[in-house]
Ligand binder design. Structure first.
Ligand SMILES: NC(=O)N[C@@H](CC(=O)O)C(=O)O
Length: 431
């Protein structure tokens, strides 16, 4: 393998240095290094390759929305070197066979590592536990289990799942949504839903499940991860659980760090625009502030995209009929720069921790998450924080176009991504 030298990169935003990559690892870090090939990184920040705990790749079953190939291409362009593929596919990823299929498709595509998430219950039906052990023992080595899109609302099943995953150091990632409190819910329950006459999704429906699950995880001594926190109250509950020393982690999406529910009523792209329809829903400015503070102080461990591609016909329809979800892989780092870095809440080392190291730890993804140190696998993202561009999904790798940021100017640009020393993205394009 040829040696590559990355010239003048600011590792985690520090002073410029050269990084020599040989045989897939960081071989030397210093000044005036040379190699067979050179990548000019003047002005660029080097971050450990990003890791996403929450990506919907839609294959098998909805290849019209996304495939493992297109979704992982989008991931690499967004700076990711590993993604967790959610289980709400068709068929559902609830057997060793399906998770191995997804894992193999990821290997064949080669844009980033794919770690399949296994369903907690058969068919996501919330009634019987899936064969978690068989998925853990499969070639896909599943460690994260989730019925995401649905909540494991039965407390006994949730308890059993938490007990079961302890055997292989797994984690249950809960989509916290009390189903009876959110029947037919369309958007955040609050002033805006009241004005628009849309059925509300109350904060308590998320918070009640998180509180219950923290107590259950503590009771059985297991590991709980809470998907996409969206309310100030959820941050408080996770903070309380952590203060008890319980093994609870949490994620927040980029869109919940930036967007608010009033966009549904009054936005540049028109009111009732289902581009803003997402689960959990966009909340209020106070919730956004609490989520930012929680991510800054470490109560929320990581940022996860919840990249949820949907074809045009499922999104460009009347509000009530539209699918929930937004794409996010290709904008995540830019949104985090705007919401967290430009507000002074996080520095680049903090971004690396929350978008790479923490998700790699939670997902038990070996060889990802940094550090950028001699001897470590060369998974690295080069990012230009001074760039700025208007979002145009026409050029996106994702097969779907449902970004809420279309036409909006966002900072930053992923210039290059390296997976075990091999460039997957160079000059902002698939290498
Ligand atoms: N996040 C979303 O809005 N949608 C997700 C699943 C979900 O409902 O959580 C999807 O799979 O489309």
């Amino acid at each position: 393998m040829k040696t590559i030298v990355i010239k003048g990169a600011r590792i985690l935003g520090g002073e410029p240095a050269d990084i020599l990559i040989r045989d897939g690892v960081f071989a030397e870090i210093g000044q005036d290094l040379s190699g067979d090939e050179t990548v000019d990184a003047t002005g660029l920040i080097a971050l450990p390759g990003l890791v996403d705990l929450h990506t919907h790749l839609r294959e098998p079953g909805r290849e019209d929305a996304e495939t493992v190939e297109s979704g992982t291409r989008a991931a690499a362009l967004g700076g990711y070197t590993a993604v967790h593929a959610m289980a709400n596919t068709d068929p559902v990823a609830d057997t060793a066979g399906v998770v191995e299929q997804v894992w193999r498709l990821g290997q064949e595509a080669g844009h980033c590592d794919v770690r399949p998430v296994g369903a907690v219950t058969v068919g996501l039906d919330g009634e019987r536990l899936a064969e978690l052990g068989a998925m853990a023992d499969s070639a896909a080595r599943v460690r994260v289990f989730s019925d995401d899109g649905r909540c494991v609302s039965d407390a006994v099943l949730m308890r059993r799942a938490l007990e079961y995953v302890k055997a292989f150091d797994g984690v249950v990632a809960q989509h916290a949504q009390e189903p009876r409190l959110t029947k037919d819910a369309q958007m955040n329950e609050g002033a805006v839903s009241g004005r628009l006459g849309l059925t509300g999704w109350p904060a308590v429906a998320e918070e009640a499940i998180i509180a219950r699950d923290c107590l259950l995880a503590a009771h059985v001594g297991s590991r709980l991860h809470v998907c996409h926190l969206s309310t100030a109250g959820s941050v408080e509950i996770v903070r309380w659980a952590k203060s008890k020393g319980w093994d609870v982690t949490a994620e927040v999406t980029p869109h919940h760090l930036l967007l608010t529910d009033d966009l549904v009523e009054d936005s540049p792209v028109g009111s009732y625009n289902p581009i803003y329809k997402v689960n959990p829903p966009l909340r209020t400015r106070a919730d956004v502030e609490a989520l930012r503070a929680g991510l800054a102080d470490g109560t929320i461990d990581c940022v996860a995209t919840d990249h949820a591609p949907h074809p045009v016909e499922d999104k460009e329809t009347e509000w009530a009929a539209a699918a929930m979800g937004m794409i996010g892989l290709e904008t995540a780092l830019s949104v985090v720069q705007e919401a967290m870095v430009e507000t002074g809440l996080l520095d680049w080392a903090g971004v690396a921790e929350r978008m790479s190291s923490a998700p790699a730890r939670i997902g038990r993804v070996a060889e990802h998450g940094g550090p950028i140190e001699v001897g470590a696998p060369a998974n690295v993202t080069l990012y230009d924080p001074a760039a700025r561009a208007e979002v145009d999904p026409a050029g996106y790798a994702s097969k779907s176009r449902n970004t809420p940021y279309q036409g909006r100017s966002l900072p930053g640009r992923v210039v290059a991504t390296f997976l075990r020393g091999r460039p997957t993205v160079l000059d902002g394009k698939i290498a």
